[in-house]
Design a protein around this ligand. Structure first.
Ligand SMILES: C[S@@+](CC[C@H](N)C(=O)[O-])C[C@H]1O[C@@H](n2cnc3c(N)ncnc32)[C@H](O)[C@@H]1O
Length: 322
């Protein structure tokens, strides 16, 4: 399992960029960027080097953690998956590329694309001293145009990206990304009902085109959750001192809520159930909400079933369990 915290090389590169950069200025810019996101806007307001750095400082650790958690779940289901090439769509500061490089030592070719020049410049600055990533190719352009020109890749990732484009554009982009996927497409979104709805729409569309879910769902059927319920997960990560200053945070960790789907060209061999919420552990039993091949299930594991109870006590939200 890859750690959800930023790798040392990326932390050092970010720290290097932050030297001489005012924390209060970063906090102000980061608050403006966060407000824009909360109000339904996108990354369009990130225009300068300082904006890009403020975005990276505030959001890169959390989106990195969410992508890493999703890749860990994929690897658990597909331990044999060893992609050689990556295509990072809406790559921004390169977050998903760093996460994929950590998760897959097999990766050799990294292609990134994004419309935002400030984020592209930051991404290229961050990889300068990285042995594995310094030769990445990073295309600046609108996703559909840039994708049409891109080579297909074993692993295609869109992290916290599709929410920035219209529903109609999402449909076209989903198909284009799938066209460029040799093996697996991973899409990660914020763990809100809206983020989940985007994931579900893309999932349905691509299953209709022949895709198979590798994670998180143990089936290719309709999602069994009904509103107001929605499928999402949570990843805890450490907060750096700089991050705490910029966010005005008081605790040294944060919990990033995210939704994701990993879709492959071939059906997966194993279909373990997925834990959909933190299980409730009592002295009598463990109660867990699971997504199974037969739909939604609330499994109770009584204490008298000693071995099963002992293992169910260790289940965590997001785990794949048998
Ligand atoms: C919230 S950021 C996420 C960046 C990165 N993937 C991450 O996880 O940190 C969304 C990114 O999508 C890019 N983006 C949004 N719409 C785009 C489009 N139509 N074409 C290319 N890039 C786009 C933005 O420029 C921005 O870098």
């Amino acid at each position: 399992m890859t750690s959800p915290d930023l790798p040392a090389e990326l932390k050092a590169a970010l720290d290097g960029k932050l030297r001489g950069f005012s924390r209060s200025d970063a906090a102000g810019r980061s608050a403006t960027i966060s407000k824009t996101y909360r109000d339904g806007g996108g990354s369009g307001g990130i225009r300068s080097e300082a904006d890009a750095l403020a975005y990276a400082l505030a959001r890169m650790p959390a989106t990195y953690a969410a992508v890493t958690a999703s890749l860990n779940a994929l690897i658990e289901i597909r331990p044999d998956f060893a992609p050689k090439s990556l295509l990072d769509v809406g790559a921004g500061p390169g977050t998903a590329t760093w996460a994929a490089a950590e998760a897959f030592p097999s990766l050799q070719d990294f292609a990134l694309l994004d419309a935002n020049e400030a984020l592209r410049a930051l991404a290229l600055g961050l990889v300068t001293d990285s042995f594995r990533l310094r030769d990445v190719s990073y295309e600046r352009g609108e996703a559909r145009t840039a994708l049409a020109k891109s080579d297909a890749a074993d692993l295609v990732v869109a992290s916290y990206m599709i929410g920035e484009i219209s529903d109609a554009e999402q449909r076209t982009l989903a198909e284009l990304m799938w066209e460029k996927t040799r093996d697996t497409l991973l899409v990660v979104e914020p763990g809100t009902p809206a983020g989940y709805a985007r994931i579900i729409a893309l999932r349905e569309r691509l299953i209709a085109m022949g895709a198979h879910v590798a994670a998180p769902c143990p089936h290719d059927g309709q999602c069994p959750l009904q509103p107001p319920d929605w499928c999402h997960f949570s990843q805890r990560l450490q907060r750096s001192r700089a991050h705490m200053q910029v966010k005005g945070a008081e605790v040294p960790f944060e919990d990033e809520r995210f939704a994701y789907v990993a879709l492959g060209r071939a059906p997966v061999a194993q279909r373990p159930a997925r834990v959909l919420a933190q299980p409730v552990v009592s002295k009598i039993e463990v109660t867990a909400k699971l997504c199974t091949t037969d739909g939604l299930a609330f499994r109770k594991v009584p204490r008298r079933a000693k071995t099963d109870y002992a293992s169910a006590r260790r289940w965590r939200w997001g785990d794949a369990v048998n």
